[in-house]
Design a protein around this ligand. Structure first.
Ligand code: AMP
Length: 192
């Protein structure tokens, strides 16, 4: 199996790049952001709780996020592996993911691919996406900046943990989508 953590600040292109990797390697994507948005749309209890954090640009508490992710990993599926998009975002989640992948898939995380994009480009991309995405957390510059700050303060430790395991690879996330995809695939091919 290939189990990829796709890492990077909001607006770094994780969702777009995940699509390429899914097709090329036949993987299943699990995006915690998408799962929360699905719950918000369907007005579930989890959705209501998540919305109160997401609308402020804060992270949803680890426990609910991890429970939701576990349920998704447990669903039977024919796949060569998983792309975790937007999870883990804290050290606690990183350790939880290791346990979940071991217990449910009898496997390990293969690589953490980190998309690097400078802050001002992120803000511009997210404001632009907000014009059409309908996402409340993309429509306001203050919330966007809070999400980026949250990313750097809480997720730095995630990168550190994958670095210690020799699984952390940074890729420049600015440029043509296909070029970035090719660089990511080259990294995956090295570990296959
Ligand atoms: P995303 O689509 O990945 O940018 O996620 C949108 C929002 O959902 C984030 O700003 C967080 O509020 C919440 N969220 C998504 N994934 C996580 C996670 N792993 N841990 C905590 N909150 C999350």
């Amino acid at each position: 199996m290939i189990n990829i953590v796709l890492f990077g600040p909001p607006g770094s292109g994780k969702g777009t790049q995940a699509q390429h990797l899914i097709e090329k390697y036949n993987l299943k994507q699990i995006s915690t952001g998408d799962l929360f948005r699905f719950n918000i749309k369907n007005d579930t209890e989890l959705g209501k709780l998540a919305k109160s954090y997401i609308d402020k640009g804060h992270l949803v508490p680890d426990e609910v996020t991890t429970d939701m992710l576990t349920e998704e990993v447990k669903k039977p599926t024919e796949t060569n592996g998983f792309i975790f998009d937007g999870y883990p975002r804290t050290a606690n989640q990183t350790q939880a993911l290791e346990r979940i992948v071991k217990k449910e898939l009898n496997d390990d995380i293969s690589i953490c691919l980190s998309l690097v994009v400078e802050d001002e480009i992120l803000v511009q991309r997210l404001l632009k996406r907000g014009e059409t995405s309908g996402r409340t957390d993309d429509s306001n510059e203050e919330i966007i900046r809070s999400r980026i700050t949250e990313y750097y303060t809480k997720t730095a430790e995630v990168a550190e943990l994958y670095k210690q395991q020799g699984k952390y690879v940074e890729v420049n996330g600015v440029g043509e989508i296909d070029e970035i995809a090719a660089k990511l695939c080259a990294e995956v091919d090295k570990i296959k």
